[in-house]
Design a binder for this molecule. Structure first.
Ligand code: TYD
Ligand code: MG
Length: 453
């Protein structure tokens, strides 16, 4: 069989060239060319029709997808209630964060429940994998392990073994001999992933693909990989801390903003059933600059501590640092505070941190950021039994946030006796909750109330 022809395509404008080019002559982008296998026209026409025909929408069967529990509740939650047969899940995360550990634990559980599963590793030797599995305390019979990087060999073994779930650790190490470029290059990742996904769909094999994350936070390789798979999960956390957060960023079979919380221990990853407790457990009593906010991650309320440190600057441009929340958001809140409460911050450095290294992308934490900054500025602690919640607008108004009830219930459950929140969200039905609700309309009101000014 003649080797298929390769062609180089610009990933921005689609310009094609027979050779790799550093700069695209058409759109003038640099380093945008990737290698592709060109299908010959004769080959394309000889493909048999797939046999698919249009169906009336009310004749489509609505049987729910076959879901298999992975045996790890937090993972099931993020997946939307378990693994769907034939679904392809991409798990991204920094090196050493625990991706391999997580999937190995999930596979062990699946194997224990009688499923035939396959773990393909292109990074570790069989010995290393066995040692890890021993540490995790589980060596089930029907968990097969393959240390291989050749796509053709992997597909061959998958056809032989017919596992119900397969893990590819990681897509960056797998290569197909049909392409000349090195493993890990954009074209290799695209091609190998496409074929693995194709195989998964044809054989109804649930597949986990593990991908590395670049410095910028994107999964290394083409963004198209994220479009090709059904679910994209990011495994994140601070190396310095033992807990990890599994976050869904795309999910065709469930909610996309669900999180799962784990703690890395010497026996692998343990589930954290009540993460709020973990995140506020080290909160210093009565120290200025610390506020507990009732945030929401997916459907789950989460209490976290926001810390601020305001100190006179020695520079002509004061520093603004935000760890765990969006930097621009923090700058806006500092400006709102200056303008609407009349606080002098232009000669102060402001440092913000979410304790424990969680990342929050939710507007409900705004009021907590404001409270922490004011608290540090005035050297006056926020009452330790008070939690806050609310989005802050540019005119200094405190705006409503979604799903207030689970948030205040979580605060009450963890022993908070008071919650400062947007006035508009308070409903008469909230009276039953065992917590005092203080409604505020502006940040001035919130500051006056919290610091008794
Ligand atoms: P790993 O799953 O290899 O990370 P990734 O595949 O994302 O690169 O996790 C490696 C880290 O986890 C390593 O630093 C050791 C730690 N670890 C534990 O603390 N306990 C354990 O039981 C295991 C298996 C790993
Ligand atoms: Mg790994």
């Amino acid at each position: 069989m003649a080797k298929s022809k390769t062609i180089y395509t610009c990933s921005f404008c689609g310009y094609q060239a027979p050779k790799w080019l550093g700069k695209c002559p058409d759109c003038e982008q640099w380093s945008s060319f990737y290698e592709e296998i060109q299908i010959k026209a004769s080959k394309m026409t000889s493909r048999s029709p797939s046999g698919n025909h249009p169906v009336s929408i009310d004749h489509i069967s609505t049987d729910t997808e076959d879901r298999v529990s992975t045996g790890i509740e937090e993972l099931d939650r993020v997946l939307g209630g378990g693994m769907v047969c034939g679904a392809v899940v991409l798990i991204g995360g920094d090196p050493g964060i625990g991706k391999s550990t997580l999937v190995l634990q999930a596979l062990s559980k699946l194997a224990h429940n009688g499923n035939n599963v396959l773990y393909v590793s292109g990074e570790e030797s069989l010995r290393q994998i066995r040692m890890r599995a021993e540490r995790l305390g589980s060596l089930p019979d029907n968990l097969a392990v393959l240390a291989e990087t050749s796509l053709e060999q992997i597909l061959h073994e998958m056809k032989e073994l017919q596992p119900s779930t397969v893990v590819i650790d990681s897509v960056q190490t797998i290569y197909t001999s049909e392409l000349e470029s090195a493993p890990g290059s954009v074209s290799q990742i695209r091609e190998t992933s496409a074929r693995l996904i194709n195989h998964a769909k044809q054989t109804d094999t649930a597949s986990f693909l593990i991908g590395h994350v670049t410095k910028e936070g994107a999964i290394a390789g083409p963004r198209v990989l994220e479009h090709m798979v059904d679910t994209v999960l990011y495994f994140e956390g601070d190396r310095g801390h033992s807990y990890r957060i599994l976050r869904a960023v795309k999910n065709r079979f469930g909610s996309s903003d669900e999180i799962g919380v784990f703690e890395m221990s010497s026996e692998g990853l343990q589930q954290v059933i009540s993460p709020s407790e973990l995140f506020i457990s080290e909160r210093p009593e009565r120290s200025p600059g610390s506020t507990v906010v009732t945030s929401l991650e997916g459907t789950r309320p989460l209490l976290v501590e926001i810390q601020a440190l305001v100190s006179p600057t020695a520079l002509s441009m004061p520093r603004r640092t935000a760890i765990g929340i969006d930097y621009n958001r923090a700058s806006v809140l500092v400006a709102v505070l200056e303008k609407r409460v009349g606080m002098t911050l232009y000669n102060q450095d402001v440092f913000l941190n979410i304790a424990g290294g969680v990342r929050l992308n939710e507007p409900g934490v705004d009021l907590g950021v404001i409270a922490s900054i004011v608290s540090s500025m005035l050297e006056q602690p926020v009452p330790s039994h008070t939690a806050v919640c609310g989005e802050v607008g540019l005119t200094g108004e405190v705006r409503a946030v979604s799903q207030m009830l689970p948030r205040i219930r979580e605060a009450a459950r963890l022993g908070f006796s008071e919650c400062v929140l947007p006035k508009k969200t308070i409903k008469s039905s909230f009276k039953k909750e065992a917590i005092t609700l203080v409604g505020v309309e502006t940040i001035q009101e919130a500051v006056d109330y919290l610091f008794k000014r």
